[in-house]
Design a protein around this ligand. Structure first.
Ligand code: G6P
Length: 372
């Protein structure tokens, strides 16, 4: 078993460390010599994809958070409206779907029953269906019109890590491809974004080498009863994923919020000593978002929160209000989740370990839920 874990104590640790490769491999072979995106593997006529006027992403758990990240990116690049539906809710909300709707399912296993049923329902309604999946030959890709595989390799730990990064990567690829097909404002930009994406695996690798302090913080927090996570724009799903990891692995009450929502309720939860992770957008994020999140940190700090700040290298504005600053390398704003989620994964892993729990097989959970 030790050999299977490649020298790591747990599969999850191994899989977290395989993330640079998961992202790199998922990008591989998806561009032609000129650097243009090329997804012949989809085998859907281009005219059909050009006609798409609405996208619905269906998924569960971590995969649904990948979908939420994708919404921001795909809408920005394609100007096609994107909705994210939890797969188990999709059928029951009388979904608005027709032949010009693209339903994208995201599933590591390809066997999640809730997601499968959503895909079948979408097909019955005439939608075009694409599966983003990590498992060759699994059911959801078979039941879909097309598949875009993530190349994360087998994921054994129940809580998803490398598959999540690969799912986000595949969504970016799909979004850029659709943008390129449809022309429009961001089509020319696709090559630029792709080259930034190609730099991400190296940056994740660099980041993984600086997790010592995160591990230390986690070990000190083994008795913590509640942790909050704040993020904004693409940082919002990252906050939710950070909270989910902590629930799954360490059985600690955790909640992720949109930072802007804080003043509309959750700020009442802040009392002295309450640990709060804040995912800070890069300083170059449009519309002054960075400054707004820095103000949020200031507000909760003034009320006694213990602020654990995830911010880009060189972002000095956060320093006066941070109890801890966890640095991530710079990348463009929409790609940031591929970096900012990593310390949150490591935090949950380490905290779970410090509590003596089984990180790879948390209680009550299954890797793939094949019942509705
Ligand atoms: C289960 C797992 C989660 C996973 C979800 C979706 O609940 O415990 O980690 O995110 O299923 O799985 P899928 O295979 O469809 O991505």
């Amino acid at each position: 078993a030790a050999a299977e874990k490649g020298g790591y104590d747990t599969f999850m640790e191994k899989e977290i460390n395989e993330q640079p490769q998961a992202v790199g491999d998922t990008l591989l072979g998806r561009t032609d010599e000129s650097g243009a995106l090329s997804l012949d593997e989809l085998r859907i006529p281009e005219e059909k994809l050009r006609q798409v006027d609405r996208i619905t992403i269906v998924a569960c758990g971590t995969a649904a958070y990948a979908g939420m990240v994708a919404k921001y990116a795909i809408e920005h690049w394609t100007r096609i409206p994107v909705e994210v539906a939890l797969a188990h809710e999709f059928r029951y909300c009388d979904p608005i779907v027709d032949e010009r709707t693209l339903v994208v399912s995201i599933s590591q296993s390809g066997e999640t029953m809730d997601t499968l049923m959503a895909v079948k329902h979408a097909r019955d309604l005439g939608a075009l269906t694409i599966s983003i999946c990590n498992t060759h030959g699994s059911t959801i890709p078979r039941e879909s019109d097309a598949v875009l595989y993530t190349h994360a390799g087998p994921e054994i730990a129940v809580a998803s890590t490398k598959a999540f990064l690969a799912q986000i990567t595949a969504c970016y690829v799909l979004g850029l491809y659709l943008a390129q097909l449809r022309g429009g404002v961001h089509a020319d930009n696709a090559g630029q974004v792709m080259s930034e994406l190609h730099e991400v695996p190296g940056k994740i690798d660099q980041l993984l080498h600086t997790m010592g302090r995160v591990r230390e913080i986690a070990r000190f927090m083994a008795d913590t009863r509640s942790v909050l996570f704040l993020g904004r724009q693409v940082g919002f799903p990252v906050a939710m994923e950070g909270a989910l990891k902590l629930k799954e692995l360490a059985y600690i009450h955790a909640e992720g919020f949109a930072a802007g929502e804080l003043k509309h309720g959750p700020i009442a939860l802040i009392e002295p000593g309450q640990p709060v992770f804040i995912v800070v957008p890069g300083p170059d994020t449009p519309h002054g978002l960075h400054g707004k999140v820095v103000s949020n940190i200031q507000e909760i700090r003034a009320r006694g929160a213990r602020t654990l700040v995830i911010a880009e290298e060189g972002d000095e504005a956060v320093v006066p209000f941070a109890d801890e600053v966890i640095r991530v390398p710079h990348t463009s704003p929409l790609l940031q989740p591929l970096l900012t989620v990593v310390p949150l994964q490591v935090f949950a892993l380490e905290l779970s370990t410090a509590k003596g729990l089984d990180v790879d097989q948390p209680r009550n959970l299954a890797k793939s839920v094949t019942v509705e």
